[in-house]
Design a protein around this ligand. Sequence first.
Ligand SMILES: Cc1ncc(COP(=O)(O)O)c(C=O)c1O
Length: 424
Amino acid sequence: MNDDIINRARKYIAPALVFHTEIVAKSSNGIYVEDIGGKVYMDFSAGLATANAGHCPSEVTEAAKAQMDKLIHSGCIFYYESEVNLAEKLARITPEGIEMFFFSNSGAEAVEGAVKLARYATGRQGIIAFTGSFHGRTMGALSLTASSSKYRKNYHSLLPSVYHAPYPYCYRCHMGQSRIDCKTECFDYLERILRYQISPQEVACIIIEPVLGEGGYIVPPADFMVKLRDLCTKEGILLIADEVQSGFGRTGKWFAIEHCGIAPDIMTMAKGIASGFPLSAVGARKDIMSKWAPGAHGTTFGGNPVSCAAACATIDKIEKESLLDNAINVGLYAINRLRTIAENHTAIGDVRGLGLMIGVELIKPDGSPDKELLERVMKRCLENGLIIIECGIDKNIARIMPPLTTTESEMKKALDIFEEALVD
Ligand SMILES: Cc1ncc(COP(=O)(O)O)c(C=O)c1O
C-alpha cells in the first residue's frame, strides 16, 4: 500500500518536490503521525515547523468546521469576521508597533509582500539579506534566499539590487573568528556593503530570520540584532523579521526577535499560524502600512475565512495551554540532555537553539560536517518511530522542532531514540 501510493506519487507529482521520508500518512494527532500500515511516529519535524499546536488539534478543527459551514471564501468581495478577529489577535501578540496586517497563503508570498511594501513605502530599491537565509522559492523570495546555490541554480537572473551579508554563524564563523575574539566582523561586512556597493539612502530594507531556519538553526548574538536595529533606524532602512519558521511560539516567545529586545518595522508569518491551514501574513507598523495605496497589492485566496478561524483557534490554544512556557521548559530540558549526550559523542559538534527550535550539528573527527552520519541517524530514528529532519548547507544539522505540546517525558523518549541512533 505504501509503495503503491509512493509509485503513483512519483508518476504524477513533479519530481522537484522532495519528500523528507517515505511515510505515507493516514492520520495525525498531537505529536503523532500514523502511517497507512498502522505504524505510529513521533513527529519531531512538526510538519516542517507548522504543527506548533500539535497535529489536528480539536479546537482548531472544530473552529474550521464551524467556519466552513458558514463561509469558505470571500475573494476580497466582502468583509468577514474571522479575518478581523485574527488581525486583532495578531496586533496583541506581535512585537510592539506591529499593528496592521496583509494576509496571504504561504511564507514566500508573505516575503514577497513584505519586500514590496518596503520598496513602496520607502521609494528605495535596495534589499539586504543574509547568506544562509531561506525566504522561499518564488522569484522575489528566491532572490533573497541564499541557504544553498542549488535552490537558485538555473533561475538567474533574479531580482536586481539584492545584496547578501554573512549571517552571524558563531560555530563556523564566516569571518574566521572564534566566539572569544569575536568583534562582530560580520556586522562590519554589512557596513562595508553600504560603503562600497549601495548607499544606505538607496536601501529599502534589511531582511533577516531572527533564528536561522533552513540554513542551520543558528541563533544570532543579541548584540548583532541590536546593532542591526540601530543601523536601520539611523539610515531609514526598514527592518524585516522573517518569522515564518521562528514564529508562533517555536522559540518560547511568540516571535523570536523578542529574545533580542527589539522590534522590526515589518514582519512575515506563516507555518505555525494556523496549524497547517494555508495562511501567511505581513505585519507592519501602521505608518508604513498606511503608505501602501489601495490596489498596490492584492490576493484572491489570501486570508481565507477558514484559515483565519483556524489561526484564531491556534493562538487561543497556545495561550490557554501556556505552550510558550512549555516550549521554554521542554526546550531547556532537551538542550541540557543533548549537551550531556554530546559529552560521550564527539560527533556532536554543537547544540544550540531557543525553545523548541534546536539544532544539533554533527561533525567528523576533523570537525568537518558529517552529512552521512546524520543520514544514518535519521534513518535509525525513523525505524524506531521518530521523525527528525536535517538543515544547513551541508545537511549535517538535526532539527529538533516538535510541536510545542511535547511533554518532557515525550522529549526524553525521543532523545533516547536519538542517542541510540548515534552509535555507529
Ligand atoms: C524563514 C522562512 N521564510 C520563508 C519560507 C517560505 O515559506 P513557504 O514554504 O510557505 O513558501 C520558509 C520555509 O521554510 C522559511 O523557513
